[in-house]
Design a protein around this ligand. Structure first.
Ligand code: HEM
Length: 190
């Protein structure tokens, strides 16, 4: 039996509550509703950079192989921050959570990051309408989202792997969401 559709469903169910907390988090909420200034936007981009940049490194090192190297979305974040006058290299703190200790954990954690691009497609139009004019050149991360190709590609790659322990994958995905909440506490309005 192919367990991959079940895996996808279980991951979605296991992370539903965490996803809701994260997408309503202060640093995300301003992207979709209410007033947003260039400074608030830069804070949200920094919070995303703090997550994506170190995880991309961990993911690339974990499995290797050209096929499985994730898109480097942190480069777009660094670009957008630079347009807003911020240096991505100075973003702190950055994610330093639990590394994947096997294939199942790796897939669970990658699921969280690959899935996050799906929300980006929904965020982009609402964000662009509300951003101040000086921030409109800083939208590469949200407007160059490759979710149309990356998400099915991710699942094709997962399909090519051996059996994945569903519980371990779900634990790792939920664990990463919890670490994101902890990390982003540092990016609340200071
Ligand atoms: C304002 C912020 C966010 C909004 C509005 C949002 C919204 C959404 C939406 C609408 C989907 C479903 C898209 C579809 O099925 O086509 C989705 C999926 C997903 N998002 Fe978010 N999201 C946000 C932030 C995040 C963040 C920060 C993460 C993780 C770092 C994340 C992780 C995921 C995951 C893993 C899925 C896939 C769920 C599945 O299995 O179908 N999202 N999001």
């Amino acid at each position: 039996m192919d367990t991959k559709p079940i895996l996808r469903e279980k991951l979605r169910d296991a992370t539903r509550a965490s996803h809701r907390r994260v997408d309503h988090h202060e640093v995300m909420a301003c992207l979709v509703r209410g007033p947003i200034t260039a400074e608030l936007y830069a804070r949200s981009l920094s919070a995303l950079y703090a997550l994506h940049a170190p995880l991309e490194d961990v993911f690339s090192a974990h499995l290797g192989g050209d096929d499985f190297v994730p898109a480097r979305r942190s480069l777009d974040l660094a670009h957008d921050l630079e347009v807003l006058g911020h240096d991505a290299a100075k973003v702190a703190p950055v994610w330093n959570g639990r590394r994947p200790d096997g294939l199942a954990a790796y897939v669970g954690m990658r699921y969280v990051i690959e899935g996050s691009a799906l929300g980006g497609a929904m965020i982009a139009p609402q964000l662009i309408r509300r951003l101040p004019p000086e921030a409109l050149d800083a939208c590469r991360f949200f407007t160059f989202q490759m979710e149309g190709q990356q998400w099915p590609r991710f699942w094709r790659l997962v399909d090519g792997l051996g059996p994945i322990d569903v519980h371990q994958a779900c634990d790792a995905a939920v664990g990463l969401f919890t670490e994101i909440e902890d990390l982003w506490a540092a990016f609340r309005q200071r």
